[in-house]
Design a binder for this molecule. Structure first.
Ligand SMILES: [Zn+2]
Length: 71
């Protein structure tokens, strides 16, 4: 029984790890050339998404999934 469950558990763990990486894996780079007034532009080096923030630091989440295939 354990031999049957092991690959399934491994697949689930791998999927969760992959999904977390997809969400949190964004590497935001500040792009000063895209700034709009007080808004700072960040570009994700991982997925190419662009985001603007008025607060300090890069965006919290990847924007790639917004308005994507999930809708
Ligand atoms: Zn991203």
């Amino acid at each position: 029984m354990l031999l049957i469950l092991a690959p399934i558990i491994f697949a689930v763990v791998a999927y969760l790890a992959w999904r977390n990486r997809a969400v949190r894996g964004c590497r935001w780079r500040e792009d000063r050339s895209g700034d709009k007034g007080a808004l700072r532009m960040y570009r994700c080096a991982a997925c190419g998404a662009e985001a603007f923030t008025a607060s300090k630091g890069p965006p919290q989440n990847c924007k790639k999934g917004l308005g994507g295939a999930s809708l």
